[in-house]
Design a protein around this ligand. Structure first.
Ligand SMILES: *Cc1c(COP(=O)(O)O)cnc(C)c1O
Length: 409
């Protein structure tokens, strides 16, 4: 998509607006599939939480992907999108047994990440095959908040508890059909990741009826020029070979599974906002936009970097700006960033806005959540309308309390 396409969409649908380029999603999906072409069997489950619009889920279904879900509601969205429940894996953390049972009743693949629930579920439903989430205690993450494989993590069943896990499986007579790990976001070092997979292979060999091994996700995508990202092709080459050898030793061809979110949708997304005010202080030039962390929270939450281009003046002289939102607390998208000269009314395009942007948006400050537009073959399709005051009021019940007369003055 070029600047003109993005500008036209913002003019037509208003700002702020999220725009997703379907071709980029398709290209990333195909890149992943070809990287693992040598693996005996590959299953890609798109992580719904990254971007959960039903039209996006439908696109993944058309591409042949399954879904990775973390809540009953994500499962239901997948079913609304027409995805076969057998193509959905449910990997919750800390949810109730009741929720897991509801999802299992829909025919979705269950992935359990603690021994307490595993024992309860296995005792009640020994016929439902489950996958177990293992914590290999390997830290592959980029940011302390998003690494989930290390020793203090709340995720997964520790490899030190495998004997206990095996006893539960034996006592309940349940069937473990998959083993899983998700060592955290932002895999930079393939060596570290492959080391974690060795731990998982070792664990997998202890189960007799596996259908798949799920290596989770955490592929890193580039945010700016020169950024290091996961070398998917190299990882695909090495892991496929190692996986096929595992299948030979195991005596059965099982599937190699992944569940990427960010890798598949991050770069496809653009967030377009308009500059309301340019404000010069003694030390800084602020560009204040018609949005805030209510629409895109990643910079404030994780310190994430999003590229920002002035698409109304792309060739303008480069100047330094702090790009800020309209929320009434610190609300900074970028500090001291070089951007082509900004005039009030200009449109700014934020890159890497496909993953964890709209899906984390809120109505804070009672603002509407933006529209979402899917771009394909030179055409834009609105896949979610901008909210209105109706949405803000939707579930509110108006109660007027009867106060004591002296208070009600
Ligand atoms: C969030 C999540 C993913 C996706 O992670 P990305 O970094 O977006 O690829 C995959 N698996 C599980 C279990 C997750 O919680």
């Amino acid at each position: 998509m070029n600047h003109q396409d993005l500008t036209n969409i913002a003019r037509e649908h208003g700002s702020p607006v999220y725009v997703y380029d379907a071709e980029v999603i398709i290209a990333q999906y195909e890149r992943l599939v070809s990287a693992f072409a040598k693996a005996k069997q590959l299953r890609v489950h798109y992580a719904v939480k990254a971007l959960s619009n039903i039209s996006i889920l439908k696109l993944f279904k058309q591409l042949g992907a399954g879904l990775d879900t973390v809540s009953l509601q994500e499962v239901e969205l997948g079913l609304v999108a027409g995805v076969d429940p057998k193509m959905i894996i449910y990997t919750p953390n800390g949810v109730s047994l009741e929720e897991i049972e509801k999802v299992a009743a829909k025919g979705v693949q269950i992935n359990i990440d603690n021994l307490s629930i595993l024992e309860q579920f296995g005792s009640k439903h020994p016929d439902v095959p489950v996958c177990v989430r293992i914590n290999p205690h390997v830290m592959a993450g980029g940011n302390a908040n998003i690494s989930v494989g290390h020793i203090d993590s709340k995720f997964g069943i520790s490899i030190h508890q495998i004997p206990h896990l095996l006893r539960i499986v034996e006592n309940t007579g349940m069937n473990v059909n998959g083993v899983h790990m998700h060592t955290g976001s932002d895999i930079l070092d393939i060596g570290v990741f492959l080391y974690a997979t060795e731990v998982l292979f070792e664990t997998a060999a202890k189960f007799k009826d596996l259908e798949f091994i799920d290596f989770g996700s955490g592929f890193k995508v580039p945010y700016k020029e020169g950024d290091v990202s996961t070398d998917i092709e190299e990882l695909g080459e090495q892991l496929s070979e190692r996986f096929n050898k595992f299948c030979d030793d195991y005596g059965k061809d099982i599937a190699l599974a992944f569940e990427p979110g960010k890798f598949l949708v991050s770069e496809a997304g653009h967030f377009i906002a308009q500059v309301n005010v340019v404000k010069q202080t003694t030390s800084t030039v602020f560009a204040g936009i018609d949005s805030g962390f209510n629409h895109l929270i990643r910079p404030m939450l994780y310190g994430s970097y999003h590229g920002i281009k002035n698409i109304s003046n792309p060739e303008g002289r480069q100047r330094f700006y702090s790009v800020v939102g309209y929320i009434c607390e610190t609300d900074t998208f970028a500090q001291n960033r070089q951007i082509a000269e900004i005039t009030e009314g200009d449109l700014l395009a934020f890159s890497n806005a496909g993953a964890y942007c709209f899906s984390m948006a809120s109505n804070y400050n009672s603002r509407y959540r933006p529209a979402e537009v899917l771009w394909h073959n030179g055409k834009s399709h609105v896949i979610r309308k901008r909210e209105t005051m109706k949405d803000i009021l939707k579930n509110q019940e108006v109660v007027e309390l009867e106060l004591a007369t002296e208070l009600a003055e």
